[in-house]
Design a binder for this molecule. Structure first.
Ligand SMILES: [Mn+2]
Length: 314
């Protein structure tokens, strides 16, 4: 990745368990302990986030939505500014809801360009307040950026008016109020394996491309990489979102929602190496590292290994 700037947003407001806000610092500590110097070498900017413990979730269908919406506005501004200044970005994020703010900034910087997202995750993250069983907003960023309400799959009859208002707002994050930020065809999942039935239905109805961990075995990871890079080759910009729960719990359980059957460390390296080497790669986001749930900072150390061995930062 050329001329990279590190952007940090440690908000964990979207997560169901606490501790992901410590993820970016855990990665910094793992970097120091492993003599990996990107934090000294690259420019860095941090997005200020609200203190979680001072607030209650306000509602059950989209917890902390107002605070998350205002956090997204700040994220969007910094992301857009970094891209417009000619940087590519390494994003270290608390929970995965922040991704929608970063992708909003990505769209804000290039309103008329062909932009794509590679979403590497165990989960679909395509719920809306109408369908989410938990109300945790880290399960909703894909619906935010694709502008999906999923009302035809609703499991909640009625949302509070102010939740609906905030949801409409969050989809439009950015001065230009563009929604959707992307079309379903601009989006590819890798590693998904733990989705609610409605999520699979939505993915199939919208024709969203995906590769499960089984696809990485057959037809195989090389074939998957070939297909994805060929698909996005003529795009103007690519954003890679890497949720560490895409990896198998044998790598580490230091994440809020680990799921068996995930990527090996080697597979994660191969994917990120290939995708960050694409000349149009503008962003690599690492998210959901939770050192509170970990021992010996294993997950953050795995992230440092992946970055060091697979990604070149110019
Ligand atoms: Mn996720």
């Amino acid at each position: 990745m050329q001329r990279t700037k590190i952007l940090i947003c440690s908000s964990e407001l979207g997560a169901g368990v606490r501790g992901a806000s410590l993820g970016p610092d855990a990665i910094r500590i793992a970097a120091v302990n492993n003599f990996y110097n990107i934090f000294e070498r690259l420019h860095l900017d941090e997005i200020k986030v609200p203190m979680l413990n001072r607030y209650s979730p306000e509602n059950k269908s989209a917890k902390y939505i107002k605070l998350i919406a205002s956090t997204h506005r700040k994220i969007c501004k910094k992301m857009c500014a970094a891209l417009q200044a000619g940087y590519s970005t390494l994003i270290l994020s608390g929970d995965h809801s922040n991704a929608a703010g970063f992708i909003a900034g990505f769209r804000e910087a290039y309103p008329d360009k062909k932009l794509g997202v590679i979403w590497i995750d165990a989960h679909g993250d395509i719920h809306s307040p109408y369908t989410s069983p938990s109300g945790n907003m880290h399960g909703m960023p894909v619906a935010m950026v694709l502008g999906l309400d999923n009302t035809e799959h609703r499991t909640r009859r009625k949302l509070k008016d102010d939740v609906i208002k905030s949801w409409e707002k969050i989809k439009m994050t950015g001065k230009q109020k563009i929604t959707p930020k992307l079309l379903p065809e601009d989006f590819i999942y890798i590693g998904i394996r733990d989705l609610q039935e409605q999520e699979w239905d939505i993915i199939h109805e919208k024709n969203i491309k995906y590769y499960t961990p089984d696809h990485l075995k057959k037809p195989g990871i090389e074939k998957v990489i070939e297909e994805v890079t060929a698909y996005f080759a003529d795009y103007d910009g690519i954003y890679i979102s890497f949720d560490v729960d895409s990896m198998d719990p044998s790598v580490s359980v230091g994440t809020g929602t680990p799921v068996p059957g995930g990527l090996t460390l080697d597979q994660a390296k191969k994917l990120l190496k290939a995708f960050t080497n694409m000349p149009n790669c503008k962003a690599l986001e690492i998210t959901e590292v939770n050192p509170i749930l970990d021992t010996d900072n294993k997950m953050a150390t795995a992230v440092v290994k992946i970055l060091r061995e697979a990604v070149t930062f110019g």
